[in-house]
Design a protein around this ligand. Sequence first.
Ligand SMILES: [Zn+2]
Length: 222
Amino acid sequence: MTTTATTEAAWPADTVARFLTLGGAAVNLRTHTFETHYTTRGVLCSGGAMRTVAGFLVECEGCGTRLSHRNARTDGEPYLPNEEAEAIKDANDHAAVCRAMPRSTLTAAPEKSTIDSAVDKLVARYGEDIAFLAGGHSGPVPIPAEGLTLATFADLVQDAADHLESYPSVGLGSEADDLAEAASRLRAALDAQADHQDALLTLAAKLLPAATDAAQELRLAG
Ligand SMILES: [Zn+2]
Protein backbone atom coordinates (compact mmCIF):
# COMPACT_ATOMS: atom_id res chain seq x y z
CA MET A 1 0.00 0.00 0.00
CA THR A 2 1.24 3.49 -0.82
CA THR A 3 0.15 4.95 2.53
CA THR A 4 2.29 2.44 4.42
CA ALA A 5 5.32 3.32 2.30
CA THR A 6 4.85 7.05 2.92
CA THR A 7 4.51 6.57 6.67
CA GLU A 8 7.58 4.37 6.79
CA ALA A 9 9.62 6.95 4.89
CA ALA A 10 8.72 9.59 7.48
CA TRP A 11 9.96 7.53 10.46
CA PRO A 12 12.78 9.25 12.34
CA ALA A 13 15.95 7.15 12.70
CA ASP A 14 15.47 6.56 16.44
CA THR A 15 11.96 5.11 16.01
CA VAL A 16 11.69 1.45 17.05
CA ALA A 17 7.95 1.00 16.49
CA ARG A 18 4.76 2.98 15.88
CA PHE A 19 1.21 2.10 16.83
CA LEU A 20 -1.92 3.65 15.39
CA THR A 21 -4.53 5.04 17.83
CA LEU A 22 -8.24 4.61 17.17
CA GLY A 23 -8.23 8.27 16.09
CA GLY A 24 -5.43 7.77 13.59
CA ALA A 25 -2.56 9.33 15.56
CA ALA A 26 0.75 7.54 16.10
CA VAL A 27 2.12 6.28 19.39
CA ASN A 28 5.88 6.40 18.89
CA LEU A 29 8.36 4.11 20.58
CA ARG A 30 11.83 5.58 20.23
CA THR A 31 15.27 4.92 21.62
CA HIS A 32 16.08 7.56 24.19
CA THR A 33 19.04 8.41 26.44
CA PHE A 34 18.06 9.87 29.80
CA GLU A 35 19.01 10.21 33.47
CA THR A 36 17.33 7.87 35.91
CA HIS A 37 17.52 6.56 39.45
CA TYR A 38 17.73 3.02 38.03
CA THR A 39 20.61 1.00 36.60
CA THR A 40 20.41 -0.44 33.08
CA ARG A 41 19.09 -3.66 34.68
CA GLY A 42 16.29 -1.84 36.48
CA VAL A 43 17.81 -1.90 39.98
CA LEU A 44 17.35 1.27 42.06
CA CYS A 45 20.70 3.04 42.53
CA SER A 46 21.73 3.43 46.15
CA GLY A 47 21.83 6.81 47.86
CA GLY A 48 19.62 8.56 45.29
CA ALA A 49 22.36 8.36 42.62
CA MET A 50 21.48 8.95 38.96
CA ARG A 51 22.63 7.05 35.87
CA THR A 52 22.54 7.92 32.21
CA VAL A 53 21.00 5.02 30.31
CA ALA A 54 19.92 4.32 26.73
CA GLY A 55 16.29 3.22 27.02
CA PHE A 56 12.98 3.88 25.28
CA LEU A 57 10.50 6.74 25.11
CA VAL A 58 6.83 6.07 24.39
CA GLU A 59 4.82 9.13 23.40
CA CYS A 60 1.38 9.52 21.83
CA GLU A 61 1.26 12.17 19.11
CA GLY A 62 -2.51 12.36 19.50
CA CYS A 63 -3.14 13.05 23.19
CA GLY A 64 0.45 13.94 24.10
CA THR A 65 0.67 11.28 26.80
CA ARG A 66 4.15 10.08 27.62
CA LEU A 67 3.92 6.61 29.11
CA SER A 68 5.95 5.72 32.20
CA HIS A 69 7.81 2.52 32.97
CA ARG A 70 6.51 0.28 35.76
CA ASN A 71 8.65 1.63 38.62
CA ALA A 72 8.86 5.23 37.38
CA ARG A 73 9.42 7.81 40.11
CA THR A 74 8.09 10.66 37.98
CA ASP A 75 5.28 10.81 35.42
CA GLY A 76 6.42 10.03 31.91
CA GLU A 77 9.80 8.59 32.94
CA PRO A 78 11.11 6.69 29.91
CA TYR A 79 11.53 2.90 29.84
CA LEU A 80 14.81 1.36 30.96
CA PRO A 81 17.12 -0.49 28.54
CA ASN A 82 15.77 -3.89 29.65
CA GLU A 83 12.11 -2.85 29.26
CA GLU A 84 11.69 -2.79 25.48
CA ALA A 85 9.07 -5.55 25.54
CA GLU A 86 7.11 -3.73 28.23
CA ALA A 87 7.37 -0.47 26.26
CA ILE A 88 6.00 -2.18 23.14
CA LYS A 89 3.11 -3.71 25.07
CA ASP A 90 2.21 -0.41 26.79
CA ALA A 91 2.42 1.53 23.51
CA ASN A 92 0.12 -0.99 21.84
CA ASP A 93 -2.30 -0.94 24.80
CA HIS A 94 -2.44 2.86 24.73
CA ALA A 95 -3.05 2.93 20.98
CA ALA A 96 -5.88 0.42 21.41
CA VAL A 97 -7.85 2.74 23.71
CA CYS A 98 -6.72 6.25 22.70
CA ARG A 99 -9.18 8.05 20.43
CA ALA A 100 -6.98 11.12 19.92
CA MET A 101 -6.50 12.28 16.36
CA PRO A 102 -3.15 13.54 15.04
CA ARG A 103 -2.53 17.06 16.26
CA SER A 104 -0.05 18.23 13.65
CA THR A 105 -2.54 18.39 10.78
CA LEU A 106 -5.07 20.31 12.89
CA THR A 107 -2.78 22.87 14.49
CA ALA A 108 -0.11 23.46 11.85
CA ALA A 109 -1.58 26.63 10.34
CA PRO A 110 -2.78 28.53 13.46
CA GLU A 111 0.35 27.51 15.37
CA LYS A 112 2.54 29.40 12.92
CA SER A 113 0.60 32.65 13.08
CA THR A 114 0.48 32.51 16.90
CA ILE A 115 4.25 32.20 17.01
CA ASP A 116 4.73 34.95 14.42
CA SER A 117 2.57 37.36 16.37
CA ALA A 118 4.37 36.43 19.61
CA VAL A 119 7.69 37.25 17.90
CA ASP A 120 6.22 40.53 16.58
CA LYS A 121 5.29 41.49 20.14
CA LEU A 122 8.78 40.75 21.43
CA VAL A 123 10.31 42.73 18.55
CA ALA A 124 7.99 45.68 19.27
CA ARG A 125 8.99 45.65 22.93
CA TYR A 126 12.72 44.84 22.79
CA GLY A 127 13.69 45.06 19.10
CA GLU A 128 15.25 48.51 19.26
CA ASP A 129 17.43 47.65 22.27
CA ILE A 130 18.43 44.28 20.82
CA ALA A 131 19.29 45.86 17.44
CA PHE A 132 21.40 48.45 19.28
CA LEU A 133 23.27 45.77 21.26
CA ALA A 134 23.63 43.40 18.29
CA GLY A 135 25.16 46.17 16.17
CA GLY A 136 27.88 46.94 18.68
CA HIS A 137 30.33 49.59 17.52
CA SER A 138 28.99 49.61 13.97
CA GLY A 139 25.59 51.00 15.03
CA PRO A 140 22.12 49.39 15.31
CA VAL A 141 21.26 46.46 13.06
CA PRO A 142 18.26 47.36 10.85
CA ILE A 143 15.26 45.17 11.67
CA PRO A 144 11.70 45.17 10.31
CA ALA A 145 8.88 46.19 12.67
CA GLU A 146 6.94 43.06 11.74
CA GLY A 147 7.51 39.69 10.18
CA LEU A 148 10.89 38.88 11.68
CA THR A 149 11.16 35.11 11.91
CA LEU A 150 11.77 33.37 15.21
CA ALA A 151 15.09 32.03 13.86
CA THR A 152 16.34 35.50 12.87
CA PHE A 153 15.19 36.99 16.16
CA ALA A 154 17.03 34.24 18.09
CA ASP A 155 20.21 35.01 16.10
CA LEU A 156 19.89 38.75 16.85
CA VAL A 157 19.48 38.09 20.58
CA GLN A 158 22.57 35.85 20.43
CA ASP A 159 24.50 38.62 18.61
CA ALA A 160 23.44 41.08 21.32
CA ALA A 161 24.72 38.67 24.01
CA ASP A 162 28.01 38.17 22.13
CA HIS A 163 28.58 41.90 21.75
CA LEU A 164 27.92 42.48 25.44
CA GLU A 165 30.51 39.80 26.26
CA SER A 166 32.99 41.80 24.19
CA TYR A 167 32.67 44.82 26.51
CA PRO A 168 33.96 43.23 29.73
CA SER A 169 34.82 46.65 31.20
CA VAL A 170 31.21 47.83 31.54
CA GLY A 171 30.17 45.02 33.91
CA LEU A 172 27.16 43.73 31.98
CA GLY A 173 28.06 40.05 32.32
CA SER A 174 24.77 39.02 33.91
CA GLU A 175 22.80 40.81 31.16
CA ALA A 176 24.94 39.00 28.57
CA ASP A 177 24.18 35.68 30.30
CA ASP A 178 20.44 36.45 30.36
CA LEU A 179 20.44 37.27 26.65
CA ALA A 180 22.43 34.13 25.77
CA GLU A 181 19.90 32.11 27.78
CA ALA A 182 17.01 33.87 26.03
CA ALA A 183 18.59 33.10 22.64
CA SER A 184 18.92 29.42 23.50
CA ARG A 185 15.24 29.24 24.61
CA LEU A 186 14.17 30.94 21.37
CA ARG A 187 16.20 28.44 19.35
CA ALA A 188 14.70 25.57 21.34
CA ALA A 189 11.24 26.97 20.54
CA LEU A 190 12.01 26.56 16.83
CA ASP A 191 11.89 22.77 17.18
CA ALA A 192 9.32 22.50 19.96
CA GLN A 193 5.67 21.47 19.71
CA ALA A 194 3.03 24.19 19.96
CA ASP A 195 2.30 24.10 23.71
CA HIS A 196 5.96 23.80 24.64
CA GLN A 197 6.80 26.58 22.16
CA ASP A 198 4.58 29.04 24.07
CA ALA A 199 6.30 28.14 27.33
CA LEU A 200 9.76 28.65 25.84
CA LEU A 201 8.78 32.03 24.37
CA THR A 202 7.40 33.09 27.76
CA LEU A 203 10.66 32.08 29.45
CA ALA A 204 12.67 33.97 26.83
CA ALA A 205 10.44 37.05 27.25
CA LYS A 206 11.22 37.09 30.98
CA LEU A 207 14.96 37.32 30.21
CA LEU A 208 14.74 39.99 27.50
CA PRO A 209 14.41 43.03 29.81
CA ALA A 210 18.18 42.51 30.23
CA ALA A 211 18.49 43.99 26.71
CA THR A 212 16.74 47.21 27.81
CA ASP A 213 18.90 47.45 30.95
CA ALA A 214 22.14 46.85 29.05
CA ALA A 215 21.21 49.24 26.21
CA GLN A 216 20.43 51.99 28.75
CA GLU A 217 23.77 51.44 30.50
CA LEU A 218 25.69 51.55 27.23
CA ARG A 219 23.83 54.62 25.93
CA LEU A 220 24.65 56.44 29.17
CA ALA A 221 28.26 55.29 29.01
CA GLY A 222 28.75 55.98 25.32
ZN1 LIG B 1 -3.03 8.95 23.19
